[in-house]
Design a protein around this ligand. Structure first.
Ligand code: GNR
Ligand code: NI
Length: 182
């Protein structure tokens, strides 16, 4: 198992469409293990493979449910997930993204969804999701299509956050020795 670096915007890999997994083999299961380790380390409640630079349609989630005082961990794997139904009813949730650190904004999405996918063993499954699970699954499926949650907010807010991260990337790429120029 390994923690892999999480890509930050404006990395172009975050804007590409990931390819379907043809077979759930040992290599995919290793990828899944690495994604869980990376997600829990971050920490986050979801991770899509493109966020670690792997353009495959693989998602992991752990929307740790709080029953009483106890947080129960519930690791979930979705391979080739596909939205097969969405409610007309919408719900709003304040979203964040490990690829856009320290930025949070409200996003409106379908409140209830049905998703078809392959599980860790390659068996076809379907799940009906609502609440944070529905929000997070849609956020992750978006990643597989190169879509980020900031694509669902106003142009002005998106332009502002993009500019900030573009500047930061440029700054980090520059010669980090300004004093030595004198
Ligand atoms: O950790 C995460 N939290 C989160 C909160 C609200 C809506 C979506 C998310 S997903 C995010 C991790 C991430 O970036 N997944 O792609
Ligand atoms: Ni994200």
């Amino acid at each position: 198992m390994a923690i892999r670096p999480i890509l930050i915007i404006p990395d172009s890999k975050l804007r590409q469409v990931a390819v379907a997994v043809p077979a759930v083999d040992a290599e995919i299961r290793t990828l899944v293990d690495d994604m869980f380790e990376t997600m829990y380390d971050a920490p986050g409640i979801g991770l899509a493979a493109p966020q670690i630079g792997v353009l495959k349609r693989v998602v992991v989630l752990d929307v740790a449910k709080r029953r009483d005082e106890e947080a129960t961990s519930e690791p979930m794997v979705f391979i080739n997930p596909k939205l097969v139904w969405q409610s007309e009813e919408l719900s709003t949730y304040e979203e964040g993204c490990l690829s856009i650190p320290d930025y949070y904004e409200e996003v409106e999405r379908p409140a209830v969804i049905r998703v078809a996918y392959l599980d860790r063993d390659g068996a076809p499954q379907q799940i009906e999701a609502e609440g944070i699970l529905a929000t997070c699954l849609q956020h992750e499926i978006d990643h597989l299509d190169g879509v980020l949650f900031i694509d669902h907010i106003s142009r002005l807010k998106r332009a502002r956050v993009m500019r900030k991260f573009e500047k930061a990337a440029k700054r980090d790429g520059e010669d980090p020795r300004p004093a030595s120029r004198a």
